[in-house]
Write a protein that binds this ligand. Sequence first.
Ligand code: PLP
Length: 453
Amino acid sequence: MTIEDIDKEFFFHPFTQLREHQQHGPLTMVEGHGSTLTDTRGRTYLDAMAGLWCVNIGYGNTEMAETLRAQTERLPYYHTFASMGNEPVARLAQRLIAMAPGEMSKVFFGNSGSDANDTQVKLVWYYNNVLGRPEKKKIISRRRGYHGVTVMSGSLCGLPGMHAGFDLPLPMVHFVRAPHRLWEQQEGQSEEEFVRDLADELERLILAEGPETVAAFIAEPIQAAGGVIVPPASYFPAIQEVLRRYDVLLIADEVVCGFGRTGDTFGSEVFGVRPDLITVAKGITSAYVPLSACIVSAPVWDVIASGADKYGVFSHGYTYSAHPLAAAAAMTNLDIIERDGLMRQAKARGDHLAERLRAEFADHPLVGEVRGYGLLGAVEFVKSKDPLTAFDPALKMSAAVVQRARELGVISRALPASDSIAFSPPFVVTEDEIDEMAALARQALDDVARDLR
Ligand code: PLP
C-alpha cells in the first residue's frame, strides 16, 4: 500500500471534502525548509501560507529541534494542576505579560486557538458569575470571523459553513457585520460614515438584546480566514466606545496576527485595540508544537481570582495545559524572532508582497480587491467590477485558482467566504520567492479564467 492508500483507508481528515478525498487522495508532504515544502513524489512547493498562517520562522529550524531535544531529555511533561509548575512555562508567562499590550496580568495555557477561545468565553462567564451578574452571558462576534471549531469557538465563527450540520451556533452568540469595505461600505459613504454605521449596528444589537445580558465582543484585529479583512483605522476605537458604554468585555483573537505577522508584536497595537482578554496560538511556537494562551488583564484577573471564595478550586484546565515542551519551543521561537529581527522583516516582506500582488492583480477584470497588511495579503475575485457582482459560489472560483496554483508549485489558500485567495508566507520568505508566488498565482488565475469562457 502507498502512503496515499493508507491515508485514504484510515485517516479522517479535518476540513476536507470527504467524498472527493476518497477519489483523489491526499497530497502528502514529507519535508520542509524555509518556505519550501516537498511531497512524497519529490515535487517542491512554495508555501505562501506558512502552513495555516503559522510557521512564521519557516520550516526545518535546527534551533527549535535542539530546544525540543534538550527539554525532552530534561522534563518532557509534568502537569500544572493543583499549583504544580514547570520552569519554561513560568518564564514564558512572564515574557508574554511583558510583550502584551495594555495592563495584562496572567496567562492561561491551552493547546489550540479553538480551546483558547472556548476558555475565554468560560472566563467571561465565570467573571460575570463572580460579579453576581448571571444573566450577562451573551457573546457578540462578527460575520466572516474565524475563531475555531469547538462547540463554542465554532459558534463564534461568522462563517455559515462552520455551522451547517453541527447544530451551531449556540443561542447566546450574536453577530454584527465585518468591516469589509468592498461589500459593506455603501456607495458614496465616507470611511467615517462606514465606521459609524458599523458601531451603530453594534449598539443597536446590544440595546435590542439588553446590555445587562451582553458579556463580551470577540474580534480578530485582521479577519484572516474570513478574507484578510483589514479594518479602517477608526474602526476599533469606535467599536470600543460602544463596548465601554455597556460594560462589555473585548476579546482580541490574535491567533493569526500575534507575534509579528502585522510587523508589530500584536495586531491590537496596530489597530488601536485595547483588549480585556487576548487569545494567541499559531505563531507563539511557529506551530512546531501545539500551544495557545489566554492573556488576561489585571481587572478581569482580580475578579476571577476572587472567585475562589465563591467556587473554591478554579476547575478548568487541560492535561496538556502549560506543556513544558511547548513552552520551551515558544521561548526559542520568540528568541529567534527577536534576535533575527523577523517582525521588522515581516513588515518589509509584507510591503513587497503588497506591491507584487497589486502589480499582478489590481487591474485584472476578475479581481474586485487586492488587500492586506503586514505579511498578510488577499486577492478577491468578482464576476464583474461594474456593477460589482460576485461569482456564483457554486463555481468555487477561489478554490479553482488555488488548485491550479498548486499544480504550478505555489500553495495559497482559498477563503470561500470572500471568494479570495490568501498569502501569509513565513517571515523568512525571500523577495524572489514572493515574486514567484505572485506571478504563479496570476498565471493560475489566467488559466482558470480561460477555462471559464
Ligand atoms: N482564531 C483564529 C483567528 C484563527 O485563525 C484560528 C485558526 O485558524 C483559530 C482561532 C483556531 O485555532 P486552532 O485551529 O489552533 O484551533
